[in-house]
Design a protein around this ligand. Structure first.
Ligand code: PAF
Length: 284
């Protein structure tokens, strides 16, 4: 039987019992509207820990003023069913009032890795992510937490937070799950129009092509690689507007001087009602 807990006090009581029984806890934090990408996180967790806990909380703190907090898709009934079918043991759905009863007096401020990629066009976003993840980690006290690599910058920042604050949790990144045509699965995909949905797979196709060209030594410099992606995406996308294209070292998210090494090529594209992100990573 899957348990559904909707308040922090109740969740902490459950955790105390699990800890007393020496159960290992795997945590899958989500904002709901579950898709195969989330379910892969659950799948991995069920293989590695005794108890899988999923949180569903659309965190207001990580949305900017003009962002899609109100239109972010929500479907709790379906989420609960999917979670249950896929072996989640406990679902935690706190309210915003429970999570943020007062304006917080101490918040997380991400110092490194937040001023590039999504951070530059979404100021404060990663502070909001780090704050809620720190709170959720303190409530759930997981041994392992699972994050999708579609949000590679989030993975890098959370890993850094765990190291900086000596948190006793292992972060397990899970590869991006894609639709058959290559589009990265995202809760936001439902906000694409039919025409936008037809076009959006070009984002991944272009990144994958750039990766294969880079691995074949096609680009001499980082600037050449980024310019090729920029030019190709602009040619292929009629409805989408490219927000950024970055080639960075991963996981440090610093600018590399050459294409060699462990890297991420990431982009964000604006559509009318939503913004999509995607990336490819590689070692060479
Ligand atoms: O990746 C997400 O869905 C969110 O950023 C997270 C980690 C659940 C924090 O709100």
């Amino acid at each position: 039987m899957m348990k559904h807990i909707n308040n922090i006090t109740g969740m902490k009581e459950e955790i105390a019992q699990l800890k007393a029984a020496k159960k290992t806890i795997g945590f899958v934090p989500t904002m709901g509207s579950l898709h195969e990408g989330h379910l892969q996180l659950v799948e991995k967790a069920t293989q590695q820990v005794d108890v899988v806990i999923m949180s569903i909380f659309v965190n207001p703190l990580q949305f900017g003023e003009n962002e899609d907090f109100d239109t972010y898709p929500r479907d709790l009934a379906n989420d609960l069913q999917l979670a249950k079918q896929h072996g989640v043991h406990q679902v935690f759905t706190p309210t915003a009032d429970d999570m943020y009863p007062n304006t917080m007096s101490v918040t997380m401020n991400v110092q490194r890795g937040a001023d590039i990629l999504c951070g530059s066009s979404r100021p404060g976003h990663f502070d909001g992510v780090a704050t809620v993840v720190m709170k959720l980690f303190n409530i759930i006290e997981p041994d392992v937490a699972y994050f999708g690599m579609k949000d590679a910058q989030q993975v890098a920042i959370i890993k850094q937070m765990v190291a900086d604050y000596h948190l006793n949790v292992t972060i397990v990144p899970i590869p991006t799950v894609r639709e058959e045509d290559g589009l990265a699965m995202s809760s936001r995909n439902v906000n694409l129009s039919h025409m936008e949905r037809q076009e959006a797979p070009h984002i991944y196709k272009t990144l994958a092509e750039a990766k294969s060209k880079a691995l074949q030594g096609h680009f001499k410099t980082v600037a050449q690689l980024e310019e090729w992606v920029n030019h190709t995406l602009k040619k292929r996308l009629v409805l989408g507007k490219v927000d950024y294209i970055y080639f960075l070292k991963f996981p440090s998210l610093t600018r590399p001087s050459t294409i060699a090494g462990s890297a991420i090529l990431a982009t964000a594209v604006h559509y009318e009602k939503t913004r999509l992100i995607d990336n490819v990573t590689w070692e060479q």
